[in-house]
Write a protein that binds this ligand. Structure first.
Ligand code: 5GP
Ligand code: MN
Length: 334
């Protein structure tokens, strides 16, 4: 994936024109969103460019520890008005960036984007959109590489490493190749990273209540043998009774996907007025297409959507129907 180097160089040239940039990551942030945001903010800082770092939501504990000096917080509109430009990371459309999305979409300020989701919004001043990349964080590493890797601090290296680690599911997805391992080898060497400590902070941080919820969800795990679609449902009462919050559920999809004959996993989580659908794929089944049936989207192997009712049985039935129709189309096309 050499082809984005020039684009990253051009991005660095464009960003260097400004005095103060608002760097924005997507709602319900994950390791890649925050890792990329911290990585790019520290790059701006090293270049003498002021920034504010915005996220609509509170950072979950498994990634909040990454932010030592950047100060990611939720800002009001005036704060963005005081910046010369906007930079969006790890999201393809302003819709993924929360409550200021209308303003973000309509502002006349120069806007930039670095991301790896397909189908990017076409209104940015300049963007580096690389759907073949496994993470946005590796593109941020590329930004340093195209400018000056000696600008990379330990905090930035840790953030970028964590972004790559989480978005590749611990280096397990098909998007992982030699290049990513070269990048992480350089990060580890350059910043003397302790990967065991990072893994523990990111993955081994569960409380009993989280495992109690996982237990409930596992007790309802189903695998449709014929199609290889595994489903797991979580009712609102499961969240209420265990005291878990939805944003503490990251990583649940690994359980249905770990079934030998599962090719697609769908997790249904019931909220007050609708159901969150979380899709994962292990092979060439494109869950981005499946999510679009429900007005959602994402990547080929990890996508999400909202089902606009709380009727769990109906939701499962509708999703299985759509998934099987897609499988039938794949079989017909093959
Ligand atoms: P998750 O299952 O972790 O919530 O989401 C997996 C991926 O699907 C995210 O990284 C994001 O790209 C995408 N995604 C999740 N929820 C939505 C949604 O409601 N709409 C769209 N367009 N994409 C989503
Ligand atoms: Mn990402």
């Amino acid at each position: 994936m050499q082809e984005y180097n020039e684009e990253l160089f051009e991005m660095s040239r464009q960003l260097s024109q400004y005095k103060k940039i608002a760097v924005i990551s997507h709602v319900r942030p994950d390791g890649d969103a925050i890792g990329s945001q911290i990585g790019v903010c520290l790059w701006l800082k090293a270049k003498g460019i002021a920034f504010i770092a915005h996220n609509d939501d509170k950072l979950p504990a498994d990634i909040a520890w990454l932010d030592n000096s950047v100060g990611i917080q939720s800002y009001e509109q005036e704060a963005f008005e005081s910046c010369d430009a906007l930079l969006f990371v790890d999201g393809n459309t302003p819709k993924r960036f929360g409550r200021h999305m209308k303003w973000f979409e309509n502002t006349t300020k120069p806007s930039f984007m670095i991301d790896h989701h397909p189908d990017p919004f076409d209104g940015y001043t300049y963007m580096v959109s690389v759907p073949a990349a496994a993470s946005t964080a590796e593109l941020i590493y590329g930004l340093y590489e195209q400018t000056d890797l000696s600008l990379l601090s330990k905090e930035a290296a840790t953030a970028i490493y964590t972004g790559i680690l989480t978005d590749t599911g611990g280096f397990r997805f098909s998007s992982v190749g030699a290049k990513i391992h070269h990048i992480v080898a350089d990060l580890i060497e350059r910043a003397d990273l302790r990967v065991d400590e990072i893994f523990q902070r990111v993955f081994d941080n569960r409380q009993i209540k989280h495992l109690a919820l996982i237990g409930r969800a596992l007790s309802r795990l189903k695998l449709d043998d014929e199609s290889g679609i595994a489903t797991m449902v979580i009712y609102k009462k499961d969240l209420d009774e265990t005291g878990c919050k939805y944003d503490e559920l990251d990583g649940l999809t690994q359980f249905p996907l770990s079934l030998q004959h599962a090719r697609v996993a769908v997790i249904f989580t019931q909220f007050e007025d609708r159901i969150k659908l979380s899709f994962r794929s292990k092979d060439d089944f494109n869950v981005n297409l499946l999510a679009r049936n429900f007005d959602g989207g994402g990547h080929q192997k990890a996508s999400g959507a909202w089902y606009e009712s709380t009727d769990m049985d109906q939701a499962v039935e509708d999703v299985l129907k759509a998934a099987k129709a897609q499988l039938a189309q794949m079989a017909a096309g093959a």
